[in-house]
Design a protein around this ligand. Structure first.
Ligand SMILES: [Zn+2]
Length: 700
């Protein structure tokens, strides 16, 4: 019973979590960051950075040779990666500014003074128990005891289901053994049904368990040491812990082998396996589903969906073949590992050492307050978001960004009608879908009601459990109900955006519509290049290889003619071939089957933004500035969203888990396909930023 199963959520930016204890499904979370020098300042103001920054450029680089370096080398030089970060970027920096700002709100809210309203009390108390490390330290592993006792008390493998149901309900961000929640019915986007998904791993992806190269073997060996360390922290002897760690690794490896790959999960038909409860009971007959449903208080349902049936067959095999002791070991470790970040210093340190330091390359732990602000955002995001929006998102800003979105939609309609490869029948359906697409800008129309959530002073882990149980309960209770199309999948301060294919909506939180991404003080050129491109990116997701399989209502239903689909695939193959040639780190190339949807969206989005910008400024005399033409400023604005420095360790994780290409490829890979760019910078045939006509990719 984990967070909402989002099978069709397309984000703009990489997912990267605080701990890296990554399992699916999971709530999206942008990577966060902060400059060490300013680590302890806080204030109510969000700092200003312009959407086109000349000092971020390096004019000694020829834009026709390497446009990303031309636009971003200055930024890279003046923005080394802070010690507590796994990478550093324009997006990460903006999110860090938001954290700093939210910290001011939370510290004020945490002061126990009379007259605090309910929302202030809630976020203040959560934050207050989180930063009180003295109390957390004193309790040590004791906070875990009730859960560990429940696991130790298991009398048979058959008794596992009710214990698991209780644990799954309250563990945040973790699919303990498997994921379960409500999900939109793929065939009827108005209904919520029950959904079951793979999970149960401690490494960020199933590929870590099966790859045969030396680095993967090294990571597995290091992971086993981590498991051992966690078990020792909860009281096992080194000898017992080493033996148990090997057991856990073997169980997880078998689960990983039965899990779908990330590329397979991009096919919505693979994820659709609707059945009745009796069929799930046949898939895993040795799991006591009835007890699990009863203890989890899951509403009655007729139909459920299993995203990965083979995974549940494997769970069942282990239920019959693994002895009770192995199951106790497996659960003991996973509960302690998932909770480690919220426990005393020794647990926090081990979690950091493996997930952020070893796996992703961070040098230092993030300050406590920073982690606490992010957990409030994750668990109580619409309470905290209200305060953020009041300060950072004016009605004028909402109106101007909405105007931009509408112009991009108009550009898409124009492009569709002009396409020479798409038939009139498919065009008609595409335009129908475009018109049905819903825009969500800034924040939800209706804020979530947290009034039933009660927190306890001095009990941080308990409060994490309570907040997580509140959210998981809210998701489970949707089963059998109509879909709420006004709901958001991201909190307002989030620096990210998404398209949801089953909702057929594009979502731009207030956090992503801030300078330097959207800069109300700047003229249209860099803003359209930057935020306009993001809007176009999300919009085209409705029509990419994944999104195009859902119709205007969000149902999984093919609306393309066969011939058009083939032409579309030929065109997207051009993009896949191009990106497969790019290197991420060392000798690791982009897995362009994984990144295809995002690469196509990046290209399409920028083309739409360019058309919309020309339309928005039609009849106006656009001046050059700082020796740059308006067209050049449009493209530099585009490139500067992606300025970033990355640690090689994190690049390796990204190569396996991130459906987006690395920043330089997200810029150079787009402009090589845009004659508009080549005209703007007078690039010549044969130069690196000019794809030859035969290799020029164009979908939209
Ligand atoms: Zn995307």
């Amino acid at each position: 019973m984990t967070k909402k199963l989002a099978v069709a959520l397309s984000l703009f930016f990489a997912l990267s979590v605080l701990s890296g204890v990554a399992q699916s499904p999971k709530k999206p979370k942008a990577e966060t960051a902060k400059k060490a020098a300013a680590a302890d300042t806080k204030g109510p103001e969000l700092p200003y950075t312009p959407s086109l920054d000349l000092t971020s450029m390096d004019k000694s680089v020829d834009p026709c040779v390497d446009f990303y370096s031309y636009s971003c080398s200055g930024w890279k030089k003046k923005n080394p990666i802070p010690a507590d970060q796994v990478g550093w970027s324009v997006y990460g920096k903006l999110y860090e500014d938001n954290l700093n700002f939210l910290r001011g709100i939370l510290e004020e809210a945490a002061k126990a003074k009379a007259g605090r309203d309910a929302v202030t009390t809630l976020i203040g108390d959560y934050y207050g128990t989180c930063v009180d490390e003295k109390v957390i330290e004193k309790r040590g592993a004791a906070a875990l005891k009730p859960d560990l006792d429940a696991v130790a008390g298991l009398k048979s493998v058959h008794d596992l289901a009710p214990v698991l149901a209780r644990l799954q309900l309250r563990l945040p961000d973790t699919a303990l053994l498997f994921g379960a929640s409500s999900q939109q019915d793929p065939d009827d986007s108005d209904s919520e049904i029950a959904g079951f998904d793979q999970g149960g791993l401690g490494l960020p992806d199933r590929d870590y368990y099966v790859k045969d190269d030396d680095k993967s073997k090294e990571i597995r060996a290091r992971y086993v040491l981590h498991v051992q360390k966690v078990l020792e922290l909860i009281g096992e002897t080194a000898e017992a812990a080493a033996k148990d760690a090997a057991t856990i690794m073997s169980m997880e490896t078998a689960l990983a082998k039965a899990s779908l790959t990330r590329v397979e999960r991009r096919d919505p038909y693979k994820l659709k396996n609707k059945m009745k409860l009796e069929a799930l009971e046949k898939l895993a007959p040795h799991f006591d589903w009835q007890s699990w449903l009863r203890v989890g208080e899951v509403p009655k349902f007729e139909i459920l969906n299993v995203t990965a049936p083979a995974f549940f067959t494997e769970v069942d095999r282990q239920l019959t073949e693994e002895p009770l002791d192995h199951w106790k070991t497996y659960l003991r470790y996973h509960v302690a590992n998932a909770d480690a970040q919220y426990l005393s210093a020794a647990f926090v340190q081990e979690s950091f050492d493996f997930y952020r330091k070893y796996l992703r390359g961070a040098k230092e732990q993030q300050a406590r307050w920073k982690r606490c602000v992010q957990w409030v955002d994750r668990d109580l995001g619409e309470a905290l978001g209200k305060a953020y929006v009041r300060q950072a998102f004016s009605p004028e800003l909402k109106a101007s960004t909405l105007d931009m979105v509408k112009r991009i939609q108009a550009a898409m309609e124009l492009r569709i009608s002009e396409l020479d490869w798409m038939s009139p029948e498919t065009k008609q359906q595409a335009i129908l879908k475009l018109h049905a697409m819903r825009n969500k800008i800034g924040y939800p129309d209706r804020w979530r009601d947290y009034s039933s959530l009660k927190l306890t002073a001095g009990d941080f882990l308990g409060n994490v459990y309570r907040a997580s149980a509140f959210e998981n309960r809210r998701q489970i209770d949707k089963i059998g109900k109509p879909v709420d199309r006004s709901e958001w999948g991201m909190t307002p301060p989030t620096v990210n955006a998404y398209y949801n294919g089953q909702m057929n909506d594009i979502n731009f939180p207030a956090g992503v519509l801030q300078p330097p991404l959207y800069d109300a003080k700047m003229d249209a050129a860099p803003n359209y290049g930057n935020t306009g491109g993001t809007v176009g990116h999300e919009l085209t997701h409705g029509f990419d290889d994944e999104g195009s399989q859902f119709d205007a209502k969000g149902n999984l239903k093919d609306w393309w003619t066969k011939d058009d689909k083939e032409k579309f695939q030929t065109r997207t193959k051009c993009v896949a071939d191009q990106y497969a040639g790019y290197v991420i780190v060392d000798d690791i190339h982009i897995n362009s089957k994984l990144t295809l949807g995002e690469d196509v969206a990046d290209l399409g989005g920028e083309i739409l933004a360019y058309i919309a910008w020309k339309d928005a400024t039609k009849g106006l005399y656009l001046k050059s500035a700082d020796g740059l033409t308006p067209e050049q400023r449009f493209f530099i604005g585009f490139a500067q969203w992606a300025c970033a420095n990355e640690r090689p360790e994190n690049q390796r994780v990204q190569a396996m888990t991130n459906p987006h290409s690395p920043p330089y490829a997200r810029i150079n890979g787009v402009v090589v396909n845009m004659p508009e760019f080549q005209n703007a910078f007078s690039c010549k045939a044969g130069q690196p930023m000019v794809n030859p006509p035969l290799k020029l990719c164009r979908i939209w």
